[in-house]
Design a protein around this ligand. Sequence first.
Ligand code: MN
Ligand code: MN
Length: 294
Amino acid sequence: MDPHDQYLKAGEIARKVKTESHDIIKQGAKYVDVAKFIESKIKEYGGAPAFPVNISVNNISAHYTPTIDDAKTFAKGDYVKVDIGAHVDGYISDTAFTVKVGESDDDLIIASKEALSAAIDMVRPGVKTNEIGRVINETITGYGFKPIENLTGHGLDRYLTHSSPSIPNVDTGQGVALKEGDIIAIEPFATDGAGRVMDDEQYLIFKYLADRPIRLPLARKVMQTIKRNYSNLPFAQRWLSEIYTKRKTEFALKYLVRSSSIYAYSVLKEMDGGNVSQSEHSMIITADGAEVYT
Ligand code: MN
Ligand code: MN
């Protein structure tokens, strides 16, 4: 299959899973059950997770994925951001949506959705990334909210979840012109808070960094599993907990982070504790626009 078809297939998988996951995000449902459902459906449809499904609620903006024994459940009115990545032979789809549990979409959700639509409408070769950011910012402020200025969309490449160019959610003054054939993900975040995220100093998602001497036998074993199963793609503490138990996994991951063998993504929270919505699509830049494949 040529890369174009692989991207389309990865997108179709993510799209199907996205539709199906809507029904199970209900009051009282456990985050971990939704995460497992989504990740197993990705596999069932012939793909693999490109990263752990992110389930980030209310002021938690990104990079939360449940632990193996996570007791958290959805409450009515929660803003649930579900960010799904699937890949087929390394070709990645990345897409996200927000639901308000037990309620219909309100302006906060509509603001990021509309910002994404407005961005997609203007995308074509020659458009600069900061111009996309300007339109996202204008759309979200039009609804009375702020975009999150230190989260961005990005390029996608084979087995690479974040490549250049980055696609800002505000006008950064200068940008990179898009070219035909670029693969990008655009992801506006809207908030009623400050419009910035900060580290929550909680680490649930990790990524391979480099081969380093590892003296601890358990950590060495875990590192082998990481390289074999996930290569350069982000992985969840939860996935390794299924193999090694949570206690041993946490211990090994800490060791591997300290030795700079792996990178830890911090959970990100809105600086002022504001609620956050997110919308994201992946697309291929065509001669006269964009082919959205998620
Ligand atoms: Mn995403
Ligand atoms: Mn993304």
